[in-house]
Design a protein around this ligand. Structure first.
Ligand code: KG4
Ligand code: ZN
Length: 337
């Protein structure tokens, strides 16, 4: 089965072709980062308009890269939510129109399920069950994953998401938008232990997180220090986030009795986080899995892949009607039977 995946939930247009026999055949992403940068964040209306401009050329590109004609496709998967409603509507309308024209099924995919299952696109890939750390711009969650659609929430952030904390802290340090990669680059040049920032909820005894206080602590510190301390502040922030995330992952593995950890979402691209997780899991004979680096942030491959898994498990495709779900909790998903 060959599936086209369409991702348009936020500021990246992602297209991909996944083949259930041969694996990922092609994927392409257009990031709108440069367009939104001058506004300091994503402007939803501009995002929608740009998705419209990009989706057809990107589709042509991945079909060509895969060496396929549209008639070779067996199904189309698209991000149905959560995300920006206008942006989601572009992908959903395109996917459903193309599926109707080709007389093939379409299937709406939960964006976070895409992230959650994306480590299965790597080699080696984890077997179910596993603990998943989902760390993106909008979410920070620990889940127990027993199979497709079988997700149990173990803990989550009570305020900001980890990616959001990276972005807001980067803005405080004058690094622009989106801040995660820039902050992490600056942090790698600084000393992590010159300043000591709080480790929020490190010893809370549960698997929840809190990151908004950390941002305030950075604000206070950066007002006290001058420009030359920026890299050390960035490093102190990064190590605080990394320590909390790592410690809660280890606690989740211990509590659940599982041995495999899967890390997904944009913050999963963070080098310091990967190094720490690798070291701490190895020490305890746990295993850790990541998606391929370029599939950590938003992309069409994870959507095509999640669509393939659900269709393969006989989940019925959409019935020609479609809608988007800008707010959609992962806990509402069910396993295909
Ligand atoms: O998963 P994603 O692409 O989009 C959402 O669904 O949110 O995640 C984007 C988030 C942003 O907050 C971005 O700053 C963060 O991931 N991010 C990083 C890194 N790369 C992306 N944060 C820290 N270090 C990175 N290297
Ligand atoms: Zn995402």
């Amino acid at each position: 089965m060959k599936i086209l995946g369409v991702e348009s939930s936020c500021d990246e247009t992602g297209l991909a072709v996944y083949d259930t026999d041969a694996g990922l055949l092609a994927h392409a992403i257009h990031s709108q980062v440069a367009m939104h940068a001058e506004y300091g964040g994503v402007v939803p209306e501009l995002a929608s308009r740009d998705h419209i401009r990009r989706v057809i050329p990107l589709t042509r590109g991945v079909m060509q890269q895969a060496g396929l004609a549209l008639a070779d496709l067996d199904a189309i998967a698209y991000t149905q939510g959560p995300g920006l409603s206008g942006a989601l509507l572009v992908g959903a309308s395109f996917a459903n129109a193309l599926a109707a024209a080709l007389a093939i099924p379409s299937i709406g995919i939960h964006h976070l399920e895409g992230h959650l299952l994306s480590p299965l696109l790597a080699n080696p890939k984890p077997e179910f069950p596993f603990v998943a750390l989902l760390v993106s711009g909008g979410h920070t969650q620990l889940m127990r994953v027993d199979g497709v659609g079988r997700y149990e929430l173990l803990g989550e952030t009570v305020d900001d998401a980890a990616g959001e904390a990276f972005d807001k802290t980067a803005q405080l340090l004058g690094l622009g938008y989106p801040g995660g990669p820039a902050l992490s680059k600056l942090a790698d040049t600084g000393q992590a232990y010159r300043f000591k920032l709080p480790r929020p909820m490190l010893n809370s005894g549960d698997l929840d997180f809190s990151f908004s206080g950390l941002k305030t602590a950075v604000l206070t510190l950066s007002k006290k220090e001058d420009e030359s301390a920026r890299a050390d502040i960035a490093a102190a922030f990064q190590v605080a986030v990394v320590e909390v995330l790592t410690s809660k992952c280890i606690a989740a593995l211990k509590q659940s009795g599982l041995r495999r950890l899967v890390v997904a979402g944009g913050v999963g691209a963070n080098r310091a986080l990967r190094e720490r997780l690798n070291a701490e899991t190895a020490q305890r004979h746990f295993e850790v899995f990541y998606p391929p680096l370029e599939l950590c942030t938003d992309n069409g491959a994870m959507i095509a892949f999640a669509g393939a898994l659900r269709l393969n498990a006989d989940q019925p495709a959409a019935d020609g009607r479609f809608g988007v779900r800008p707010r959609w909790a992962l806990s509402e998903l069910t396993a295909p039977v």
